[in-house]
Design a protein around this ligand. Sequence first.
Ligand code: ADP
Ligand code: MG
Length: 636
Amino acid sequence: MSIQVLSPEVVDQIAAGEVVERPAHLVKELVENSIDAGATRVHVEFYDGGRIVKVIDNGKGMSPEDLPKSLDRFATSKISKSDDLWKLKTFGFRGEALASISSVSKMTLTTRREGDEQAYQLISEYGKKQPIDRVGGSQGTTVLMENLFENMPARLKFLKSDAAEHTAIKTTLKAMALAHHDVEIRIQENSKLVNFWPACKDRKERAEQILEIKPLFVGEASREYVKAYAVFADPHNVAKTAKNIWLFAQNRWIQDRSLQAAVNEAYRSLLMHGEFPIAAVWVETDPEYIDVNIHPTKSQVKFHDPSLAFRAVAGALRSTLEKAPWIQQSGQLRSQSQFNEAGGAVDYSDPSATFSSAKGLPNFANQPEMPKENLAFNDSTFKTTQFQKKYFNFPQSSVQQPRMDYQTLASAAESRGDFEVAMNTQTAAEVSSESVAPVSGGYWSSLEVLGQANLTYIVTQHRDKMVFVDQHAAHERVAYEKLMNAWKGGKIDIQDFLFPLAIDMSPEKVEGILLLAKDIERLGVYIEALGPGTIGVKAAPLFIKESILGKVLDRMATEVVDQGGSYSLERAVGDICATMACHSVVRAGQALSVDQMKNLLREMDHFPLSSFCPHGRPVSVEYPFYKLEKDFGRIV
Ligand code: ADP
Ligand code: MG
């Protein structure tokens, strides 16, 4: 076959494959057109797996001259020169959505401008336009699309089940609604009204409508020219997939792995494995620092500096998460989440509620008399613990000169043959305790210790309830925060080994971890190559037990190897501290004296987020007395 230029119809159909791969995509294009036309009300109907879609808006409409042009390829009223691409104020700009959709469907466009006496209607079948008609109709534009892909049976086969296409459409409309809180949106599926979202005053209110969770929290952060605004659920309201992380750049719904990672990063240590945050995040930047035109469906963007966007997003969430505002509001913290089966707050009014699903939340419900400044988690506490910058502000220099002042302690421990216990005592009581500002009258210290149950739980009471504290989880959180603080301040006590400690791992891993040697030194761990399958540890923080050192280094090495050399020190530090904390603290099954228990609770007050252990497990669970009274039949 000789070379020939494709006919415009074929070109349109090829392009349609990109722009309208599936019905949800064309719904997005149509709704964006309505919003670009200034609509304040958009009504969407769909039937038949999205093969019929109708979008009605009250926007500014089109002139009878523009109406036929709107179906032409690369015909747009939104930009005129390439420079405009960098100053976009509209969602559309490529001028190809209507051309593409109309080339693969029957389309009926009805439009009326303000001041026009009647509406104009254009019908197009698979790209063939009929003459314009005058019809009755109110201001705005109605696009009815039918017979999708009927001229392209091959594409029709790619559509999923009606239910799956409907779900995709509804997800898209949720995203559209999140992006445009000031627009009223009505959704009708197979003639049934399934959603009605009135216009809202702000994003948070809209997010409450869409995510169906209350309360939600907001956070903001800026990194240079990138701003992020986040609305999100507290860590008790979680999802089982990452689908409830909604990302927007310049108010466009985007898919972006890096920003998704930023959201997860912010929730780090608050969620358990398999739990995902529920959050909507908007990133805004000067238009010249973002390219929104890298994908036909405009679902991806390119940031001039992706790391700024990452940090802004993580910072926006973190700034609020660290204040744990849900603690003061926990009276309302009855889960309304549909995603919540994985473990949300326990509803104590429900007799079948089990303790195991509670995330040990200090419950201040019904305690209006409790003075605010007594709350361990209020603002001033944070400032003194310098916790806020933990994830983003790493010391530039490596760890300071090793100090050997724990030598006596360590040798005393060894001579007693009680290495583990000695290490535990040291970790809990002494690692960098100077870096922690004293806090008095916090929530945890206000718990009255009654005893220890099953050598595992600290049994306490507090006003109208009993509170059980998992001694291991609590200690782990304390140790974790101390390690993180110590690491940040370069205040880790290092011990030199007389002979390097040999750790065997695969040659590939040895190579990988040696690349990180400098980073690892910042953790106080000094390594060298001892052989092709062995690394030697020359010095390490005193509080890390030798057996853990091997485990931790092996894990780091595995990560470097798995990720092809890339490695996040930020993440490593959190992980390492969590692992060290986990292995160096009191275990379940260890007897504690009342003083030890009190000390532990006092230490909990030093740290924000202390209601979770670093792995996201709850630290405490509560048992209100009224529940006990119910169980004893004192009240019914
Ligand atoms: P783009 O949105 O990229 O400009 P489209 O093919 O989606 O391209 O739309 C082409 C043109 O049709 C738009 O530029 C706009 O002028 C007009 N148009 C489309 N939908 C509407 C609508 N709902 N209300 C008013 N004008 C519309
Ligand atoms: Mg458009």
